[in-house]
Design a binder for this molecule. Structure first.
Ligand code: NAP
Length: 515
């Protein structure tokens, strides 16, 4: 069996210690092993701080963008191989695998293009020059400058490809060397990506740890950035990490999220916006078996439409074939790990104690082509009699193909109060063609979610859906979602840079920005 190596200090090494086995979650067949530790992290950080920082520091944004363009090309060049790995190790259908792998390539290309646009410079201006003296001679200017540290990227199991790329693109463009750590259970795609990327990058710019983090973060120092995606309990541990606290290491957290979708009172289900709403809910439940941080978990519909919505969801979900994604008829694969299956079942039991079953019971399913193996759960719709007081609905993220539907009176402020009950989401969506309703909703709900997706008849035909994270828009959310922010074009790059307020002769300040 393949023993995966980490790429640290310029060479591949398998490490040592107890082994973890990576499996195919549809068949439980072992695929590869990873060692539990034995790596020299001090040397890896030193290598990044010296070689990686020096190499990137010599480059302009445009040149770093060219590196990213090569990485994007490498992703598309190895696409079929990467898709196969995602299907085998992630339980992904081919469509799910494309979402992860192609999404990674698109995000790298976005930052490659941004590098070209920023040009042959190393500083970024932030806002306009300001007069701070008695005359225009004495000026002020905010700029973004390169951080002199290492970006440590810790990713969740559900997007091993996209997760690596969406953090790598902005960090490299900003000029920070990266140590990336995928979740152990699904590390095959990320491991292959780094095999492809490493020869295309200067020394020390990208390192990979496969296997547990161990003492990795003990080596962080001032100037470093840790970007974490994962569960809120791990996030709490990282927030209290003594070395991160001691050095005020910037920590960006993308954690749990109880994303909501609200149907406006003006939308007929048979309309374009109504179909969009149903398609978004169904897609978010079944794509990646609901293991998307952006997936809709809570659904609020006008009381007069509730029965119709439940019937429509039942009909759509009834056609979803669950099973081994290696089988072409399968539309939804297994959960990624045995632990995820246990967690999802526990979450369903919590919901079941407070809600009624509409579709799928508590997830019992007979998967296609699996011979009794695999971590399967079927799609589930629950109904909350009072969606505003249902505790489990607003307090626990079930990271699987599960939504709970409840009814409201159609009032926009009430819909926003429902969003707020999730205590901070990555994304939430509302479907309405009534501009006044939308304005009231956005004004009240905006504070509780990183992204608001406004579904309507006119955009329905070209909508990517709320579950798709776009590199040009920020990803992250307040409260439960971790309080972090990634992507969003240039904003994502700034997350890896230091803002400096410069004061001095206005013409000197101007010249620093190449004017
Ligand atoms: P997790 O258990 O928190 O693991 C996430 C990552 O943290 C993995 O790489 C894990 O490594 C690592 N890790 C665990 N303990 C650590 C420690 N003490 N120090 C440093 N790293 C540590 O989460 P998960 O099970 O992979 O992902 C599921 C959760 O992620 C869900 O709750 C979901 O909401 C959230 N998520 C959020 C987003 C978002 O963008 N906001 C996206 C995807 C998922 P090992 O695998 O080696 O343990």
């Amino acid at each position: 069996m393949q023993l995966l190596s980490s790429y640290l200090s310029g060479s591949w090494s398998a490490g040592s210690g107890a082994r973890h086995t990576l499996v195919n979650p549809a068949t439980e067949a072992p695929l590869a092993e990873v060692s539990g530790g034995g790596h020299d992290f001090a040397a890896a950080f030193a290598y990044a701080r010296e070689a990686g920082a020096r190499e990137l520091g010599a480059l302009t944004f445009a040149q770093r963008g060219q590196l990213l363009a090569q990485l994007a090309k490498a992703v598309s060049g190895a696409r079929e191989e990467l898709l196969s790995l995602a299907i085998a190790n992630g339980g992904n259908t081919r469509g799910d695998a494309k979402f992860d792998v192609d999404g990674g390539g698109v995000t790298l290309q976005h930052y490659a293009d941004l590098g070209a646009k920023l040009g042959a410079v190393k500083l970024l201006g932030d806002g306009e020059p300001i007069q701070v003296g008695r005359t225009a001679r004495m000026g002020g200017q905010h700029v973004w400058t390169r951080r002199r540290g290492v970006a440590v990227h810790i990713n969740a199991f559900n997007f091993p490809g996209w997760g690596l790329c969406e953090k790598l693109g902005p960090a490299l463009l900003a000029g920070m060397p990266v140590i990336t750590k995928p979740a152990t259970a699904t590390a095959l795609v990320a491991h292959r990506l780094v095999e492809l990327f490493a020869p295309l990058l200067p020394a020390g710019v990208l390192q990979l740890l496969v296997g547990p983090a161990g003492t990795l973060l003990d080596h962080c120092a001032p100037g470093d950035v840790v970007a974490f995606t994962g569960g809120s309990s791990t996030a709490r541990t990282l927030r209290a990490h003594p070395v991160l606290v001691q050095h005020s290491v910037k920590l960006n957290v993308e954690a749990d999220s109880l994303n909501a979708a609200v149907l406006g009172p003006d939308i007929e289900l048979s309309s374009e916006a109504g179909s969009l709403f149903l398609a978004d809910v169904t897609r978010d439940m079944t794509q990646k078996t609901g293991q998307k941080c952006t997936a809709i978990r809570r659904v609020l519909v006008p009381a007069a439409r509730e029965a119709e919505v439940l019937d429509a969801l039942k009909e759509r979900l009834g056609g979803i074939v669950v099973g081994d994604p290696a089988n072409e008829t399968v539309r939804m694969g297994p959960l990624a790990t045995a632990q995820q299956l246990r967690d999802v079942k526990e979450g369903i039991a919590r919901l079941a104690a407070e809600t009624d079953s509409v579709f799928g019971g508590t997830g019992e399913v007979t998967p296609v082509g699996t011979e009794g193996k695999g971590y399967f759960v079927g799609p589930i719709v629950r109904r909350a009699a009072d969606p505003f007081t249902c505790k489990a609905l607003h307090s626990h993220e079930v990271f699987g193909p599960v939504v709970t539907v409840g009814a409201y009176d159609g009032d926009a402020a009430r819909a926003a109060a429902f969003i707020a009950k999730g205590e901070g989401c990555l994304v939430s969506s509302a479907y309405s063609d009534d501009r006044d309703w939308v304005a009231t909703f956005v004004g009240a709900a905006g504070a509780w979610t990183g992204r608001l997706y406004l579904g309507s008849s006119k955009m329905a035909a070209q909508s990517p859906g709320p579950g798709t994270v776009l590199p040009s828009l920020v990803h992250g959310g307040p409260g439960r979602a971790g309080g972090g922010e990634e992507l969003g074009g240039e904003r994502g790059v700034q997350g890896y840079m230091q803002r400096v307020a410069l004061e001095g002769d206005a013409s000197v300040l101007k010249s620093l920005l190449g004017a």
